[in-house]
Design a protein around this ligand. Structure first.
Ligand code: GRF
Length: 226
């Protein structure tokens, strides 16, 4: 974590596609409200649109095409080496669409965050917007959590809630939620950079030293960085 008010937290961001969360994080950092230095953006897909935005912002980008590796473990080892060359204090998964091996995840224990488009533990995995609509839920949301070997199963720190409205489609619901994700992720990263959140020895998330018995609702936070 950053030692002083002026020191910036070194971060590596992993993406697979569009990169709108990456975009929001870059813009928040550029505004001076998020004290991080994004040392690299790494994508497992060569065509990930987010790479272009990162390059335009002057951030180093790398492509590790998972289809060129014989198995998951070898890809994860190469990815770990690529990440660690930048010596990040935090690894940010921003739409990184890969199941990760336990060895990889454990290497970044307590220093890897993910954003997931559901109110975890509801709807881990894919197609969260469709599943939320099919369930008849009146509320949907997004979660930022520490990453553990169980996919989308790590301790949740922050959530953003949105209403499900009559006539919503997967697309309309996803678009409403994405706007909230773009405010939620910078907040979680800010808290990490400030040393406010961590995972304790029991694997539980703590905020300001206190056990988080439930995720913080972004609606209760009145000083969002972006
Ligand atoms: C977001 O909905 C995020 O919650 C999920 O993947 C999507 C990534 O979108 N993990 P983007 O690439 O950041 O635009």
């Amino acid at each position: 974590m950053a030692d002083t008010a002026t020191e910036k937290l070194p971060v590596v961001v992993l993406i697979s596609g569009r990169g709108s969360n990456l975009h929001a994080i870059i813009d928040c950092a550029a505004s001076g409200k998020l004290p991080i230095e994004i040392r690299a953006v790494i994508s497992n897909r060569p065509a990930a649109a987010g790479l272009q935005y990162a390059s335009a912002a002057g951030i180093a980008t790398e492509i590790l095409d998972h289809t060129t590796y014989t198995d998951r473990a070898r890809f994860d080892q190469a990815l770990q080496a690529a990440i660690d060359r930048h010596a990040p204090a935090l690894v940010v998964l921003a739409g990184f669409m890969r199941i990760l091996t336990a060895d990889f995840v454990n290497h970044y224990r307590g220093r890897m965050l993910n954003i997931h488009p559901s109110l975890l533990p509801e709807f881990p995995g894919l197609d969260t917007h469709r599943r939320a609509l099919e369930s008849g839920a009146t509320e949907h949301g997004a979660s930022v959590h520490f990453v553990t070997p169980e996919t989308d199963g790590g301790p949740v720190i922050l959530q953003a809630h949105v209403p499900v409205k009559p006539g919503d489609t997967e697309e309309s619901l996803a678009a409403r939620l994405l706007q909230e994700e773009h405010r939620l992720y910078p907040l979680a990263i800010l808290w990490f950079a400030a040393g406010r959140i961590c995972v304790d020895d029991a694997g539980k998330a703590r905020l300001d030293g206190a056990l988080l018995t439930r995720p913080v609702d972004m609606a209760d936070i009145h000083d969002l960085p972006c």
